[in-house]
Design a protein around this ligand. Structure first.
Ligand SMILES: Cc1cc2nc3c(=O)[nH]c(=O)nc-3n(C[C@H](O)[C@H](O)[C@H](O)COP(=O)(O)O)c2cc1C
Length: 189
């Protein structure tokens, strides 16, 4: 399958790294775009992003990417993590960078767009933007880890979010803890 993975300047670079690793392990075609603030947060939180071999990277300032147009088919786009700034720009349809244009294209083509947003607390503008993108067809998947799998490490906690993203993409997540189905405790570190 073909995926666009975009990352913006919200906290949670670990989710991006884990999602890339999971998709690359299953040999999917991955197109990656980072906003400049995403690069800053990655440096702050995980030091360096490990880009799996074969991944296609694109500049957020160039529209010369196949997914900047609805004429090329992709299976889904994930923005992970998604900042409130990017959420707002998607909600208002500015299309002023490759990430915002691509999100606009996925919505207009009625293709899956998954926004893994992170901020707390919210103001009313955030809440209204969430409603706006959901009404336009996006899946809003806040980066909210769960605890019922008894996570032992930060990696375990992050997995609980990444599993939900993989579920939305229809990608197998064999190690995922599922309530009343997977009693084993997980440890990814
Ligand atoms: C270390 C760091 C952490 C941040 N965490 C968040 C966050 O969790 N959520 C958020 O909406 N913005 C966060 N920001 C602010 C965004 O990076 C900022 O609003 C930026 O303009 C977003 O631009 P982008 O959406 O183009 O990446 C953070 C910034 C830094 C430097």
């Amino acid at each position: 399958m073909r995926f666009v993975i975009a990352s913006t300047g919200a906290s949670g670079s670990i989710y991006l790294q884990k999602l890339l690793d999971a998709l690359a392990a299953q040999a999917h075609e991955i197109h990656l775009v980072l906003s400049s603030y995403a690069s800053q947060v990655i440096r702050e939180e995980i030091g360096e992003l490990h880009k799996p071999e074969g991944i296609h990277t694109h500049s957020e300032r160039s529209m010369n990417a196949p997914f900047a147009s609805g004429s090329t088919s992709f299976d889904a786009m994930v923005v992970v993590p998604c900042s409130m700034g990017t959420l707002g720009r998607i909600a208002s349809g500015t299309s002023d960078s490759l990430i915002i244009r691509a999100a606009d294209v996925f919505l207009k083509e009625k293709r899956p767009l998954i926004l893994v947003a992170r901020e707390t607390p919210w103001n009313l503008i955030h809440a209204r933007n969430v409603v706006q993108v959901m009404e336009a067809g996006a899946t809003f998947l806040p980066a909210m880890p769960s605890f019922y799998a008894h996570p032992k490490t930060i990696g375990d906690l992050a997995d609980s979010v990444v599993w939900r993203i993989l579920d939305q993409l229809g990608i197998p997540a064999p190690n995922a803890c599922r309530w009343q189905e997977s009693p084993k405790e997980t440890s990814s570190e």
